[in-house]
Design a protein around this ligand. Sequence first.
Ligand code: PMT
Length: 411
Amino acid sequence: MGHLSNRNIIIGVSGGIAAYKAAELVRLLRREGAIVRVIMSRGALAFITPLSMQALSGNPVHTELLDEDAEMGMGHIELARWADMLILAPATADVIARLAQGRADDLLTTVALATTAPLYVAPAMNQNMWLNPATATNIATLTERGITVVGPIAGDQACGDNGPGRLLEPVEMLAAITNRLPARPLGGKRVVITAGPTREALDPVRYLSNHSSGKMGFALAGAAAEAGAEVVLITGPVALESPDHISRVDVESAQEMLAAVMDAVSSGTDIFIAAAAVADYRPISVEAQKIKKTESELSLALVRNPDILKTVANATNRPPLVIGFAAETHQVAQHANLKLVTKSLDAIVANDVSRSDIGFNSDYNAVALFTALGSEITLEGSKRVVAESLIAAFTEMLESKATNIMGTTNG
Ligand code: PMT
């Protein structure tokens, strides 16, 4: 997987002779795994066709701010929200001036104003326009606002001049952008995560379940995706929006969760994290019709559900790192460490679910991470913060495992 895998990138093309280079940039970004959409200004349409950009990006090209069809599909605000990054290449002197003024008089400048994603500007213009104090002031304004300006370089210009104002070459633009990206320590790795409760049907209207909201597993999925991993999130029924850039599989019962997990890990997985609260038992049979109440007591006969975590940890294609969670109400460390051993795990995250301020359904958690090598760390905070620290710890564990295997092989 490339440096930009699954990142949503908008290329904004404005009207200059260098517009053709944007086509090559789109191709390179897609090769790095990015999902690319292109916005073209009216001026850009005079230099390069939307059809070329559509073919290269694999997505329809956006050109108009006030377009009924576009607003019904992906309108300007949706585009602004969708983007993880906006790259204006080439950015003409005019578009730079309009950005500096905060104008929103076409689709390109409107999306640039409406997005909270990082903005990259790659200027291209005649050398005198670039050296003009008006442009210098506009560039300084953009830089002060945190917009990254990449290039221009000096060289031969289309107008016959030689000097500063040439658009960076597409490979140089790509390098300038990827060099500024935050590190993605799990880039190229695949992480499978379970989350939420399972529901074990009694009859068509009733089920056995628990209080898991899925928040902890979803936070882990978001943090792993942010660290660059390809994430598959297998979740029981929850009322949560998916984090960005993950694949989600919705299931109901423990048996369905097991099937989805085995399918997901079969195509090669680096880390498996079981944050789901899987029901240990299910009714021995599911009644076809609603169970009617009577005056007498009702007994339920239950059978054990498969242990998903243990199954993965003992599979022939076991992921290098298998991590469990332990939801305990007493003797938390003791019970967690027992599960670490009996389920053949690399590490277990213990949380005390007797507390109402953490654990089930809360936005916060306090956990202890016990590893098979005997180390222990404690973490506390919002589930997102705890998840980020856990993902950092798992990344280190994965790296040191790989180093040890290499050491053994070489020795
Ligand atoms: O979802 P939230 O509201 O955010 O709450 C988070 C949480 C408390 C559910 C989470 O932090 C947590 O502790 N998850 C594990 C809950 C649990 O079922 O723990 P357990 O001790 O019963 O199971 C031990 C481990 O085996 C867990 O990783 C569990 O996913 C796994 N397991 C259990 C039974 C089973 N049949 N299959 C499994 O894979």
